[in-house]
Structures are given as structure tokens and as C-alpha cells.
Design a protein around this ligand. Structure first.
Ligand SMILES: O=C(O)CCC(=O)C(=O)O
Length: 288
């Protein structure tokens, strides 16, 4: 398949826990999608908690995100790692405004997700330049070989992560900057130690994280969880399929996303301080 990783690229992913860069769309299209995000914010923010929905469940409410997570250029690459059956468990936009101090502390994605297996790959697509100035991700090569390590819950105000969860003692000097041009993607393993710094540039940094799993994975903490089959077959039935959105922020799609996020919140924030619950306002229908 056109987008598959080569054997050498798969070996690099297995050794390092990440692979980048890979072009999945033209720079012009990425710029156009970045503009569409701004357009959605302008059109719908008076009615809906747009920032929170883009952060927590964009593929449930925006058709172009639902389409993008199914595109062969991305799924072919993921299939080489996860196998022929591929689901999307979640999508999240990470948007850092120009000059924003907001950052992401060192963490492992799978820490709080309640998934039964470490077979999970994130594809992070750059809609705008991702580099040290704009606050690109940073990876520690080979760190996916650890189990889930202890995370301290700091609740630091500028930390984009809801609990401010942090792996202590990571030496930044050893980290790899995940520099991506618009339209390029990075792939990372669910146990990868990763972080990102503030956006010191004069423009917005926009990335879309797509969380892929094979259908054999189960939710082991929550009662109900959601994932969309994007390739092959689901022979397990562990997840409910979210309906595909037909129009931007359509009322029924927003209502479904709110219900799904309330279900997810019931387990993902177990033990967290109440104000860490980033889905609460979405579920309750308050503006973000
Ligand atoms: O976009 C960022 O700065 C961080 C993204 C991240 O932590 C992730 O995709 O897992």
C-alpha cells in the first residue's frame, strides 16, 4: 500500500517508539484546514463549547476530521504497525495560541486511558509548523520500552494536560524535537515519554492527534467506550461506534459527543480533582 512504512521504518519505530516525518498531505491543504478551524471557532462559539469539543472529540462533530482519520495516507502507515484491523479511539486538537505559555509536561499517553494493551499509536498531524519555537512535541527515544511509570499530578495552570501529570526527572537535553512542516505527521507509541513547550512564535500552532488501536484492545476501567473502525474488521465488539458527523457541529452530533464524553469522563478522571475534568463543561452544555 502506498502509505505503508518500509521494514526499515518499522524497525526504527519499534526501536525508538516513534517515526517521523512523513508527508500525508500537501502544505497548502494543511494551511486550508488550519483556516477551517478558525472558521469553525467563529461560526459556532456562540452556540457550543467549540474549543472543548475540538480538544476532546473533533471527529464526532466535524466531518473533515472524521474523513482525515480514515485517509489511506495515514491509515496505511498505522496498519504496518498495528495490523490489518484499525480503529480510532479518540481524536484531539492541540492548539497553542501565538505567544502562549501553555505547555505539555512529560507524560505517557496510556496512563489514564483504561486500555487493556499498549498496542496504541498516535498519528499527530501538523496543520501549521511544529518546531522548538512554536512548541513542538519532544520525545525520549526508546522510552516506550518502560512500563507506565509514576506520574505526579501537579495541576500546573499552564499545563494543557488536565491533571498536569508529570514524569519527574526527565533530562531535556536527551530529547528529540519532533519538527514537522504543515502536512507532515509523526507516529508515537502509547508509552512514549513526550512533552511540548510554550509557543514563543507569533502564530498559532495547530496539531491533530489521532489515537489508533486494534479492535482487540478493551476498555478495562470504564463501562462504556467508543471507537470507530477505519480499516479491516472488528471481530471483538469491545467498543460502541460513534455516528459519523454529517455537517459541522450539527445539533445531533454535538448531543452525541456530549453524552459520549460524559461516559468517558466517568472513568478517565477517576481520582482527579473536580476542576481537572475537562469534559464536564462539554457534557453539561456550558461554554468552554
Ligand atoms: O501537541 C502537543 O503539544 C502535545 C501532544 C500530545 O501530548 C499527544 O499527542 O499525545
Amino acid at each position: 500500500m502506498a502509505g505503508s512504512l518500509t521494514a526499515i521504518e518499522v524497525a526504527a519505530y519499534e526501536r525508538d517508539g516513534y517515526f517521523f516525518p512523513r508527508r500525508v498531505m500537501a502544505a497548502e491543504r494543511a494551511a486550508e484546514l488550519a483556516d477551517r478551524i478558525g472558521d469553525l471557532e467563529r461560526r459556532f462559539s456562540d452556540r457550543y463549547p467549540v474549543a472543548a469539543l475540538l480538544r476532546a472529540a473533533p471527529s464526532m462533530v466535524v466531518p473533515f476530521v472524521d474523513g482525515l482519520m480514515r485517509e489511506a495516507a495515514i491509515v496505511d502507515a498505522v496498519e504496518t504497525i498495528l495490523g490489518p484491523d484499525v480503529m480510532v479511539w479518540a481524536t484531539d486538537f492541540f492548539i497553542k495560541e501565538a505567544g502562549s505559555p501553555r505547555f505539555v509536561s512529560w507524560h505517557q499517553d496510556l496512563t489514564y486511558w483504561g486500555l487493556s494493551s499498549a498496542e496504541q499509536v498516535t498519528a499527530w498531524i501538523a496543520f501549521t509548523p511544529a518546531n522548538p519555537e512554536t512548541g513542538c512535541m519532544r520525545f525520549i527515544a526508546g522510552s516506550h520500552a518502560h512500563g507506565i511509570v509514576r506520574h505526579e499530578e501537579t495541576y500546573a495552570p499552564d499545563n494543557i494536560l488536565s491533571r498536569g501529570q508529570t514524569i519527574a526527572g526527565i533530562e531535556d537535553e536527551g530529547a528529540v524535537d519532533v519538527v514537522l512542516a504543515p502536512g507532515e505527521v509523526s507516529l508515537h507509541h502509547g508509552r512514549m515519554f513526550h512533552a511540548s513547550g510554550p509557543n514563543r512564535s507569533g502564530s498559532r500552532r495547530i496539531g491533530l492527534a489521532i489515537r489508533y488501536i486494534p479492535p482487540s484492545v478493551r476498555q478495562v476501567i470504564g463501562k462504556r467506550d467508543y471507537a470507530a473502525l477505519v480499516r479491516g474488521e472488528d471481530r471483538f465488539g469491545h467498543f460502541d461506534a460513534p455516528p459519523r458527523p454529517k455537517a459541522d457541529f450539527a445539533e445531533d452530533a454535538v448531543a452525541f459527543a456530549r453524552r459520549a464524553l460524559a461516559d468517558v469522563e466517568s472513568y478517565i478522571y477517576e481520582g482527579a480533582k473536580p476542576d481537572a475534568r475537562r469534559y464536564t463543561d462539554v457534557a453539561a452544555g456550558k461554554p468552554a
